[in-house]
Each structure stands twice: as C-alpha cells, then as structure tokens.
Design a protein around this ligand. Structure first.
Ligand code: SF4
Ligand code: SF4
Length: 444
C-alpha cells in the first residue's frame, strides 16, 4: 500500500499536498478534488526528515489516503477533443499607431501594413460559424480601432444571422478610443480588453510611432476620461511584461489593481528577441513578485481584489469546479486567428507565420494539419505524463514551446514554471477563501 501512495521523487502520486501556513490541503489529481487535512497528514508528504533520512508514512495516514483515493475514484482518462472552432481572433487591421518594444507583430503590422475588407471578414465568419450555436469573435490587430467601420459591419451581419448566437470582444491600446465607439461597444455588448502594462512598465515598453516617446500618459488619460463607460462595459486590463520590466511587475499588478476596478490579466513576453524574452531567472522574479502580492492580499483577506487577478482566478475556478482534462488553450481545436488576407493561423501569436498556417477562407481548414495538435493535447507523453498539472494543461503553449525548443510539442520550462507558481498560489488562496468567505468561490 505504501508503495502505491508514497514514492518520493515521483510526481505520479494521486495527491498534491499544499498549505498556506494556516490551513493544509491535498489535491486529488485524478479528480481535481480538494480535501482539507490535519497538519500531521500534510507533513507526512515531506519526503525527508531534517536529517536527510527518508520519512516513513504512518500506517493510519496511508490507510486514510488509500480509502479517500478509492472513494474519489480514478478520474477520467485524457480525452481527444473534437476540432470545432468556436472562437476566433479576427485581425481587422495589421498596422498600429504605437510601436511597443515587445510586439510579436513587429511594428504592429506583421511585416506589412494591411487592412481587412468587410466582405472577406464576413465570408470568414460565415464559413467558420456555419451550423454552430455559439461563436465568439475577438476583434484584433495591430490596432482594431483603426478599422472600426469593419467592426460595425461584421457585428451588423452577425446580428441579422439568427442561426448562431455571436459574442464579441476587442483588444485595444485604447489611445484612439472615443465616446461614439464606446456607445457602439455598449449597445452591442462588445467586451473590451485594454492593453496597459502599469505606469513604469508602460513607460518603458509602449512607445509612440517615433519610437522615443512613451504612450503611458496617453492610455491612462483615456482610461480615466472614460472610466464610467469602461466600467459599465466590464473592461479588463491586459499587462504584458518583457525582460526590461521584470522588476516593475509588482508595481504593475498593485498599481493597476488600485487605480482601476477592472480585472487584470498579465502575460510574459515570449519573443525570438532575447533582449525582450523572459528567461529562467526572470520567471523566478515574476513568481516572487506575484507571490508577494497574492500573500499580502490573503493576509489582508482582500479576496475580492485577489480574484481580480484573472490568471489566479482562472486557476481557482478550475480547482473549485473540479475540472479535469483542461487544455492550456484551444489553439487549433476550438480557437484560431484569421489574418487580414483571410488566411487561417493556429492562434493570434502565429498570425502570418507560414508554418502555422492552417487554411484560408477559400479552401477552408486544413484538418489534416490540425490533427497533430489534437493528438498532442490528448497524448500521455513525457514530461507531461509525470507532471501534477497535466490535467489542467496538457502540453503548454505551442508558441512558447516552439520558441524555446523549435517544436510545438516540447514544453517550455519557463511556461511550466510560471504555471506551477500560479496554480500553487491559487491552491493557497483556495484554503484561505474557503475558510473565510466560501460563497466567493461559488461566484467563480
Ligand atoms: S506543459 Fe509543463 S506544466 Fe503543462 S503538463 Fe506538460 S510538463 Fe506539466
Ligand atoms: S498556443 Fe500559446 S499563445 Fe497561442 S493561444 Fe495557446 S497559449 Fe496562447
């Protein structure tokens, strides 16, 4: 019995022990179920005595764990998700009025300035959403506000097509935002995500077209001017952190959370430019900053603010709802991007990258090419098959994997490490919220 349950060094145990220093828990990995336990049971999972001698697990603890494991069951095996694209990033404009230093689209234009035509956009939406009950369109770029007339035409077309229920979003740098556009977004329930990195990081990373002056004041001015309208629209903020701004990450999260009431998601830069890209050391610094913020919010019991950090809230939702067999993303399975020329790509970060082209509006999706991504997400391959996060991840980010190893199918340790930090912090937060305000978990 002990061999099955206790195998120091292996990640194949059915339990992941965790604690926030006050409460103790075990995550049952096959079913994603949390059980709260006594400190002594948690401590049984410490692999070594302080002297370095392997610890032996008490028989009654082993017996308790075995019974709990049997009661919870083996969980479901990895499933093969059908290819069913229900969400797209529609690149309405491949040019931008800013010149952010980390932009994966070069100068925001993917190597060439181009604008999507509405007939092509509608053709792509029509063919990809045909026969589907729901379909999500994220207006994307470059800067999508540079082609607002097309957005209006696409929305009008979708609203008269009653076969499918369409939802809309837009990611924008907000510098061109005006009250007429905001009214349109509100009238048509288009959610808005504003790219804003926090004051210091923004000033370093987001440049105007002269590549010298920064866009920080410009963006913040718009967010302050339209604060009420943006709150009504349930705006979210997206912060991107490059190597140059790693030390500003804590300021970014804390500043944005206190200046605005919006939800905040953050993303690390993954670029072939090593002067921008986050490496193994940087990810530890990001993790330290994130841990400091999350621990401080737990300490203050400010869980509402904590849950505005989308990366942590999303992990908490998965854990609380007991979701298993999740994927990092739906790229190539449920999600993809469409370029201004009507070509299809694996996801927004791969737009205009020939190797990740997966079809076009004329010939449709290249299902043969997509099968390899589908197979990878359902495969029980190393190193994921010995990773405690497999049931929430299934292989990481194709773009980060390729950048690190030249292969979509070899996980990037940098991705894995940040995910481990986020999930571990979410587990710690789970115990605290469950003890103080469990109803909050139900709202996730
Ligand atoms: S990609 Fe990394 S974090 Fe995800 S399951 Fe594989 S090893 Fe684990
Ligand atoms: S492959 Fe990576 S960048 Fe593309 S959608 Fe998935 S997680 Fe995001």
């Amino acid at each position: 019995m002990q061999d099955k349950l206790w195998n120091p060094g292996s990640q194949l145990l059915p339990w992941k022990p965790f604690s926030n220093g006050k409460q103790y828990g075990l995550l049952h990995l096959p079913t994603s179920t949390i059980i709260q336990v006594e400190k002594s049971i948690f401590e049984s999972f410490e692999p070594m005595e302080p002297s370095g001698v392997p610890r032996t697990i008490p028989l009654e603890v082993a017996s308790f764990l075995q019974r709990a494991h049997e009661a919870l069951g083996p969980g479901t095996p990895l499933t093969k998700e059908p290819i069913n694209i229900v969400s797209i990033a529609l690149n309405v404009e491949e040019s931008c009025n800013l010149r952010c230093t980390y932009c994966y689209a070069g100068d925001g234009n993917y190597g060439h300035d181009s604008t999507m035509h509405s007939d092509l956009a509608i053709k792509a939406v029509e063919s990809l959403s045909k026969g589907k009950k729901r379909f999500h369109i994220a207006f994307f770029g470059g800067e999508p506000l540079l082609n607002f007339p097309l957005i209006k035409e696409v929305v009008a077309w979708c609203e008269q097509n009653k076969e499918t229920s369409y939802t809309f979003g837009m990611t924008t740098n907000a510098t061109l935002l005006n009250s007429t556009q905001l009214k349109f977004l509100k009238d048509h329930a288009i959610s808005i995500k504003i790219s804003y990195d926090g004051d210091k990081a923004q000033a370093k990373q987001r440049l105007l077209m002269d590549k010298k002056q920064n866009a920080a004041a410009l963006v913040k001015k718009k967010m302050i001017k339209f604060k009420d309208e943006l709150e009504e629209l349930n705006m979210s903020i997206r912060a991107t952190i490059s190597k140059n701004a790693v030390h500003d990450f804590a300021d970014s999260i804390e500043g944005i959370l206190s200046d605005f009431s919006a939800k905040l998601s953050y993303s690390k830069v993954a670029s072939s430019d090593i002067s921008q890209s986050i490496d193994e050391q940087d990810v530890e610094l990001l993790g330290d900053a994130l841990s400091k913020t999350v621990h401080s919010l737990i300490e203050k019991k400010d869980f509402k603010k904590l849950l505005r950090i989308t990366n942590i809230a999303a992990s908490l939702r998965i854990i609380h709802r007991g979701y298993v067999n999740r994927m990092t993303c739906g790229a190539g399975i449920g999600y993809m991007s469409v370029s201004t020329k009507g070509e299809y790509f694996l996801c927004h970060r791969f737009t205009e990258s020939a190797e990740e082209k997966i079809g076009d509006v004329r010939s449709g999706l290249d299902l043969k090419k997509l099968e390899q991504f589908q197979d990878y997400r359902s495969g029980n391959h190393a190193p994921c098959n010995t990773c405690w996060m497999q049931k929430y991840c299934r292989g990481g980010c194709f773009q980060e994997n390729k950048l690190k190893h030249g292969s979509w199918f070899e996980p990037s340790v940098i991705f894995c490490r940040l995910q481990e930090i986020e999930l571990s912090l979410a587990l710690e937060a789970y115990l605290a919220i469950n003890a103080e305000d469990p109803k909050l978990l139900e709202s996730l």
